[in-house]
Design a protein. Sequence first.
Length: 392
Amino acid sequence: MSYDTIILGAGAAGMMCAAQCGGRVLVIDHAKAAGEKIRISGGGRCNFTNMHAGPENFLSQNPHFCKSALARYTQWDFFDLVGRHGIAWHEKTLGQLFCDGSSKQIIQMLLDEMARTGAELWVRAELKGLRKTESGFALEIERDGTRHALSCTNLVLATGGKSIPKMGATGLAYDIARQFGLRMTETRAALVPFTFSDGRFKDLSGVSLPVRLSNDRTSFDEALLFTHRGLSGPSVLQLSSYWREGEVIRVNLIPELPLFDLLRDQRQAGGRKALTTELARHLPGRLVEYLSQRIAMQGNLADQSDAALAELIAALSDWPLTPSGSEGYRTAEVTLGGINTDDLSSKTMEARDVPGLYAIGEAVDVTGWLGGYNFQWAWSSGHAAGTAIARR
């Protein structure tokens, strides 16, 4: 069977691309259904984009690469698409947009867009062979126990990265890219919790609070969550993309709290109160108890000099920690790194030296922040490749 375009991967980028290509299009995925990562995203409500999405919210060896695709298909364009399909949504913190209902609405929207253009979908289908031909590509696909010989002019790699292998992630796009001579940048788990091998935060599991989490590269003001394995929460997931093994991270537990002034005022009003009791009015009680075993917090408020209070504030606002590692691809929301953008056109996502080969979405060395940015990259890069194919 011959197709104009075959897309490997029925995720966000792949389905968006299929809806734009025109001609005879086939989307292939080895999962049991399309859009499995969309389905589980955002607690089942899909954080489908971010109102503030821009190039500065993405990491890449070439920070300029994502600009063209993001500008050509913006968060407002996807917002309009969601509106045309009657999907109700709401905004959460920091510009994050979620479905009011279910993430399945986004999947169905994409399937409807594919159906509108006549694109076919094969699920539970596995790639068994692939080679370049004079006119395009030849593929061998196994589906329902039967082998199919397929050919196409355009081949799109949209199989994502290595994150969440239980969802079927395999790094297939990287293998195919290497097969055709495309270079790779280092890949690693991103948007992932930190682990501490000594289990030091086990007794704090479930405690959460707003913090400023930083390293030598950047900082994020968002929530931190203690877990039985280590640290999680939005601030941790964000910083993990900028962290390397062995590096120190710094936790400011009171980024917006004028705690020195509050303690000094309370010292005058209620000096007989224990320092830890007063601290527990501003920080989680279990965390105060934990820190009291590591930081000087003895005595009543009346016993604390200004110098002692200043020392306490310094400790609470700059707590250095060195994670043992991260939870890895098992729980990582995305993969950092991937197909080298120097080998792709930023306008079309086509391989510079392999006509007809395209790479989009998470497979490419473009990784967004937490909060809908990676979905926006999927929409933008998929749209860029699909419209480029339609113009060929």
